[in-house]
Design a protein around this ligand. Sequence first.
Ligand code: GDP
Length: 309
Amino acid sequence: MKEIRNIAIIAHVDHGKTTLVDRILHQANLFRENQEVQELFLDNNDLERERGITILSKNVSVHYKDTKINIIDTPGHSDFGGEVERVLNMADGVLLIVDAFEGPMPQTRFVLQKAIELGLKPIVVVNKVDKPNCTPDIAQEKVLDLMFSLDATEEQLDFPTVFGSSKAGWMSDHWTNETTDVTYLLDSILEHIPAATHKEGTLQMRITSLDYSSYTGRIAVGRVTRGELIPGSRVSLVKRDGTIVKSVAKECYLFEGLGKEKTKDPVPSGEICAVLGLEGFDIGDTIADIEEPEGLTPINVDEPTMSML
Ligand code: GDP
């Protein structure tokens, strides 16, 4: 089975998240492959439109060296605390993007703190090293100070740092070492972020966020944490109060490039999935086995979220 890396992106607004994700996608050459899926949005190659989608679609993925990398967007603001915690729960590591000129900003502290508490392994990207008078070394040091103050573990403090310019399209091990692409960052993800583990057993998938399609209605998004989810199969929905509702996971979609692709194959644990056709679900519910439903521990759901529709 193909290896998976689930990585969440944390970035202060304007530090370059969208530009970097665009670069990663372009490098993986995914725009062309995904034209059909994205026909509604990508009806032309206008960069601004592509950038808009990167924000809208929230999760994107690329295939690199036989590994699928799911890139999970996080709301950059503590107003979405509940959502931050839930989406971070889908990840095995985080990419912290920091502007080489401004350094880490207080607004990302909350999100980083949650990531540290969840034991996620960080990779720091010091971006915009092309900016005149920027100080990448000071930005890196400030990140280290910040992680110290958040009680990061030894392992987390030992984070790798990648330097580069998303705008110019390169990432490398040092800001003076300009390269031709973002391969160095992709390799760092494979090297430092743990592979998503496959866990045998009966199905468990926590519904982490909602998506919405004007054609099909509400879509449940989450990570399969145990067993596998078979498209079209009958499942139990274990509600937060422990009650159980039977339903059908009519269609399953995986994140591919900027869009979602329908799959007929069982979705393995470790993968992030969007489920269509489930009835009566809420954020925080567990999609579980039809015969032996077992709920996951409840998570923070009571704050307002942008994706709650
Ligand atoms: P986001 O809000 O984190 O998604 O940031 P964007 O990717 O939209 O970038 C914000 C601004 O910073 C845009 O004007 C980008 O062109 C610019 N930007 C992004 N990356 C770089 C970079 O590496 N160098 C420079 N000089 N500007 C950048």
